[in-house]
Design a protein around this ligand. Structure first.
Ligand SMILES: NCCC[C@H](NC(=O)CCC(=O)O)C(=O)O
Ligand SMILES: NC(=O)OP(=O)(O)O
Length: 313
């Protein structure tokens, strides 16, 4: 692995999942990271990504430096040829080059603005870090993807599935804020690389980028989609067609215990943080069907497998 920006950076998904599950069993440092430093830059808040990736790096023997880049760093300019006479003090060319002296791996979180689709799809922040850094770069959730979360999710399904080819349903749910499509995009991508029967259900105005969902069956009736599901992955996202907007939805899309009855006693997944009783009802999150805590624990081993693969290069 040279970088971990999108899921296409994974050379062999099955092997990487096996590696993560093995690392989870060993729960020990491989020593591979000794004398190496991971630098993490956050342009947005985080609990799991920040702490699980730090833990993963430390389990491998690495040193870790974390910076809330949005608050503590200089405002970065990303435009080539910019005349920097405004509020941005430092160009990504210097920032990435300097960080590459201090770090052996750089990891970056930068959410979309959700204003202009083309701008978000250009992945300005993560792509410029990759372009100007001389060390591997890891995506900690970018404008259009969250590949560490998706790897975690594939590991979790692999561990918990009871049949060879489980039915996995990704369902949209309501939310008071307009959220990125990053998590559902990457989940849809990794499910298409996995041996699962994959269905996405969302209100009409919320179809994801068709270049990502490709051949996936998209069902606009949630109850119909949930039938016989073995895994239900719940997530809100803002509209792709009416980019970044939250068009009104009449029906109630919150995942409740009543809706879960149509499933095959499905395991319920969410990347977290989750808004209780808006996205998922208490009775589901507090039931044995919920695997969200198990899932969050796997963030460490997904990160460990990816960092290990980068360190080996
Ligand atoms: N990385 C996990 C999800 C991060 C982000 N969620 C959020 O911003 C939720 C914030 C809130 O509930 O206010 C998202 O959906 O991409
Ligand atoms: N799931 C996830 O990425 O959580 P954080 O936003 O807390 O890192």
């Amino acid at each position: 692995m040279n970088n971990y920006i999108t899921l296409s950076d994974i050379e062999n998904l099955e092997e990487l999942i096996k590696e993560a599950i093995q690392l989870k069993k060993e729960n020990s440092a491989a020593g591979l990271g000794k004398g190496k430093t991971l630098g993490m830059l956050f342009f947005n808040p985080s609990l799991r990504t920040r702490l699980s990736t730090e833990k993963a790096a430390k389990l491998l023997g690495m040193e870790v430096m974390v910076m809330n880049a949005d608050k503590d760093g200089w405002a970065l300019e990303f435009e080539d040829g910019a005349v920097m006479d405004s509020n941005k003090a430092e160009h990504i060319k210097e920032a990435a080059a300097v960080l590459s002296q201090y770090c052996d791996i750089i990891a970056v979180r930068a959410f979309p603005e959700l204003k202009e689709r083309e701008k978000d799809e250009a992945e300005l922040v993560i792509n410029n870090f990759t372009k100007y850094a001389s060390v591997p770069v890891v995506n900690l959730e970018s404008a259009t993807g969250h590949p560490l979360q998706a790897l975690t999710d594939a590991i979790t399904i692999s561990e918990l599935k009871k049949s060879k080819r489980p039915k996995v349903v990704l369902t949209w749910a309501p939310h008071p804020k307009a959220l990125p499509q990053s998590v559902p995009n990457s989940f849809a991508e990794i499910m298409q690389k996995s041996n699962v029967d994959f269905v996405i259900t969302n209100p009409e105005a919320y179809d994801l980028n068709p270049n990502i969902t490709k051949e996936v069956s998209i069902v606009h009736n949630q109850q119909e989609a949930l039938k016989d599901a073995d895994f239900v992955y719940v997530k809100n996202w803002s509209s792709y067609q009416q980019y970044g907007q939250s068009p009104k939805v009449e029906e109630n899309w919150t995942l409740t215990g009543e809706k879960l009855k149509a499933t095959n006693n499905a395991k319920v997944m969410h990347c977290l943080p989750v808004r209780r009783n808006v996205v998922i009802a208490d009775e589901v999150l507090d039931s044995y069907n919920s695997v969200v805590i198990h899932q969050a624990n796997n963030r460490t081993f997904a990160a460990q497998a990816v960092l290990k693969s980068l360190l080996k290069k």
